[in-house]
Design a protein around this ligand. Structure first.
Ligand SMILES: Nc1ncnc2c1ncn2[C@@H]1O[C@H](COP(=O)(O)OP(=O)(O)OP(=O)(O)O)[C@@H](O)[C@H]1O
Ligand SMILES: [Mg+2]
Length: 363
């Protein structure tokens, strides 16, 4: 793909300050949530012989901005750091390095204290049962967090009933039931209602529909789209199902071993994936349409160990196009003139990779 012209690079990503012009004001659309060079490493304990130790580099320098009103998809193989990124973005766990900003204010600062931030961002997980307290009725579960934040009980319960109706569960039938009396799809609707109870701006959905069977999954996805519209929400949508990501997301971020390797408009990324890892990932989607089938080789083998990731481009050990350069130097996530960002030497003019465009071709 030599048409893309990388025009800007920086150390940890290409997202900061990249928002498009808002149609109405001619100002850059404000990033709702912005991560700058986020790092989260998990230290491992040594065994009794003093062996082991080291750190899992689960999130290793991620810079992204989640734009107000969008659905940003996050994809990548198991263990690439999607959930850890989500947990850091929500501050369920603290990051080791980097900065997180909500509407331009540093999270944890006087302007955006953690408590205020936590009201704004909610999460829905894959396991619908584990997220619910088995001893609380459905209505008490939904009303719990608002009460902790100071809403009087009566008002919180009234709102819980309203939310039940909004997620498609008749309050009279469901309010007084317990989680074990519901199906997985119904429980996930309850979890969505709980996430909405604090009137957040951003909801992070981590494989939130993955455990549901296909027909229920489709209903919950459509519910999520409706709620987004109704409440003016922004979503970060993590899923291993690329067809669902394509259906749901405005933009998609592809992660590999704790880093972002590609980020772009969803339609564009699915039609014209530029990183060899993204291409391999997409070639694993079962396609009904023969025109959509690709001859890209699917991914072989497991991802390398995140404790000791490969040098240079982390994907070079599995990449059919790897050159010595790829093992030596790490490509930055570089944004092309069309807004699509890729971290690959083949996309950088005159990088020294034989498949890279020359500066003249790229101009
Ligand atoms: N608390 C922890 N302690 C040590 N290592 C951890 C911890 N949490 C996650 N990891 C490691 O960090 C890496 C990223 O994990 P993470 O759960 O973010 O991956 P993921 O992309 O969400 O995977 P999946 O698709 O399977 O959910 C993995 O190697 C994982 O083993
Ligand atoms: Mg996960």
């Amino acid at each position: 793909m030599k048409s893309a012209r990388p025009d800007r690079t920086h150390e940890t990503g290409a997202e900061t300050g990249d928002a498009p012009r808002a149609a109405t004001h001619g100002q850059p659309a404000q990033a709702l949530l912005e991560a700058r060079g986020l790092v989260k490493h998990f230290p491992l304990k040594k065994n009794v012989l003093g062996r082991g130790g080291g750190v899992v580099r689960a999130v290793d320098g991620i810079s992204i901005s989640v734009r107000s009103g969008e659905t940003l998809g996050v994809v990548g193989e198991s263990g690439c750091g999607k959930s850890t990124t989500a947990r850091v973005l929500m501050q369920l766990i603290a990051h080791d390095r980097g900065e997180l900003l909500f509407e331009g204010q540093t999270v944890g600062s006087r302007e955006m204290p953690l408590k205020a931030f936590r009201r704004q961002v909610q999460m829905v997980f894959q396991d619908s049962y584990a997220s619910l307290n088995p001893r609380l009725t459905i209505e008490d579960s939904i009303a719990f967090a608002p009460q902790v934040h100071g809403t009087p009980r009566r008002e919180a319960v009234e709102r819980a009933r309203d939310l039940l109706a909004r997620v498609g569960l008749e309050p009279r039938r469901f309010a007084e039931r317990y989680p074990h009396e519901l199906s997985g799809g119904q429980r996930q609707r309850i979890n969505i209602a709980r996430a909405l109870a604090l009137q957040p701006r951003l909801i992070i959905l981590d494989e939130a529909v993955s455990a549901l069977d296909k027909s229920v999954e489709a209903q919950v996805l459509n519910l999520l789209l409706d709620l987004k519209e109704t409440f003016g929400l922004t979503y970060v949508f993590i899923s291993h199902d690329l067809n669902v990501v394509r259906y749901m997301c405005d933009r998609v971020m592809v992660m590999y071993l704790g880093q972002v390797v590609e980020l772009g408009d969803s339609e564009q990324l699915f039609k014209d994936p530029r990183h060899p890892y993204t291409r391999a990932l997409l070639s694993s989607i079962p396609a009904m349409d023969p025109d959509q089938r690709t001859d890209q080789p699917p991914l072989a083998g497991d991802p390398p160990n995140p404790i000791n990731p490969p040098s240079g481009c982390r994907f070079h050990t599995r990449c059919a196009h790897a050159q010595p350069l790829c093992a030596e130097r790490e490509p930055a996530l570089a944004r092309s003139s069309d807004g699509h960002a890729v971290a690959c030497w083949m996309q950088v003019a005159d990088s020294g990779h034989p498949d890279a465009p020359t500066a003249r071709e790229a101009a």
